[in-house]
Design a protein around this ligand. Structure first.
Ligand code: ATP
Length: 362
């Protein structure tokens, strides 16, 4: 099935006035796509998902499944599976009754319901738990049972809203893999909502970056990382996040742009410099892994104010006239807090943003 969302808008009335939760968004999802909505809290992800599910009625715009207009259809007429943050297995029902519940509401006979529940349990590797009650299961087993319940009625698409946010880090990784395994097996479109960019980057075929009721950019994880459309996406995608500093273009020829930053000339390599001209006010974006610290060489200068461990690497914070810049370093580096050092920008694809609009210029 394909899902097509056009000019979707959803307003809520509240005592303080009208809230525009979703402000005219468009996207389409292909059969088999793992498509993620990512963005900060309150940007309209859940509302969009609920409109697709039929749990909210859009103020305007349309939702089509395989070309058919579903906008006014009630939730039970859409063959979708939903999984939310709260697992909500029914505590008084055995696991097999929980898993087969979506079939019960569709009036499937008991024998067939249990057969399908066993198949779904096999896929999730929890067959031995079918006769147990949810209270006897660990958190991870409950998640697997909940996943089995979403696949049991062979839905046309999966809608998942922050399904992992209540889990500890280790379990998160495990269930993430299970969700992907189910997706690879059933090959149905999946919409996954998260505010965690790392989760979005590891799981998705494509990602829509939401902000303030709109979509800033849609792309593959690589496209968003390497070619962010604007400063919001550049800042939101990637951890530790991109560094930004302001400058004025001094010279632009071919793929080299020289920018004046607080009186110093900084030479940058860009993918395509034609859109910038001498005198343009720009914001330079450079990722922490693309800056090199050096004791003698580099266009920028600053003092190391913090060195902290992030996983296998270290992250140094350098304060200078250009503002704060963060740089990843190998764990065995010899730099120390308080040292004044130079910074060289290493990447062949620096990001330049228009200082006014924050849109990428190259
Ligand atoms: P989160 O990650 O925190 O769940 P979100 O991106 O999913 O956020 P939504 O839940 O879609 O965001 O909310 C978008 C906006 O709409 C918010 O300002 C929210 O307060 C508002 N909103 C959502 N549902 C309602 C409602 N039923 N009535 C009034 N306002 C609502």
């Amino acid at each position: 099935m394909t899902i097509e969302v056009s000019s979707l808008r959803k307003e809520f009335s509240s005592p303080s006035g009208t809230i525009t939760a979703v402000d005219g968004i468009d996207f389409s999802i292909d059969e088999g796509d793992f498509f993620t909505f990512v963005g900060p809290s309150g940007c309209g992800k859940t509302t969009t998902l609920r409109c697709i599910a039929g749990l909210e009625t859009p103020t305007s715009g349309s939702i089509r499944f395989d070309g058919e207009d579903m906008t006014g259809k009630p939730a039970h007429k859409r063959n979708l599976a939903m999984m939310f943050q709260n697992i909500a297995l029914y505590p008084h029902m055995k696991v097999k009754e929980n898993i087969s519940y979506p079939l019960k509401v569709r009036n499937v006979p008991k024998q067939k319901r249990y057969e399908n529940a066993e198949e779904a349990a096999d896929i999730m590797q929890i067959r031995e738990l079918l006769e147990k009650y949810p209270g006897e299961l660990s958190g991870g087993q409950q998640q697997r049972a909940a996943l089995a319940r979403t696949i049991v009625h062979e839905p046309e698409a999966f809608l998942m809203d922050e399904p992992l946010s209540d889990l500890d880090a280790k379990l998160k990784v495990e269930i993430r893999k299970e969700i992907q395994r189910v997706h690879d097996r059933v090959k149905k479109p999946t919409i996954y909502v998260t505010h965690d960019q790392e989760e979005a980057m590891t799981m998705s075929d494509r990602i829509a970056v939401f902000n303030d009721g709109g979509i800033e950019q849609i792309g593959t994880p690589n496209e968003l990382y390497q070619r962010p459309a604007n400063r919001f996406v550049a800042n939101f995608i990637g951890n530790p996040s991109m560094n930004f500093f302001d400058g004025t273009v001094n010279r632009a020829s071919g793929e080299t742009v020289v920018v004046s930053v607080d009186g110093r000339d900084v030479e940058l390599q860009v993918v395509d410099s034609t859109p910038v001209g001498v005198g343009d006010e720009i914001t330079v974006g450079v990722r922490p892994e693309d800056v090199r610290l050096d004791r003698n060489d580099g266009d920028l200068e600053g003092e190391i104010t913090l060195i902290e461990r992030i996983g296998k690497q270290m992250l140094a914070t350098i304060e200078g006239p250009q503002g704060e810049i963060r740089v990843t370093l190998p764990a065995d580096n010899s730099y120390g807090k308080g040292e004044v050092i130079r910074l060289a920008i290493e990447t062949r694809a620096t990001h330049l943003f228009d200082s006014g609009s924050d849109d990428v210029v190259t």
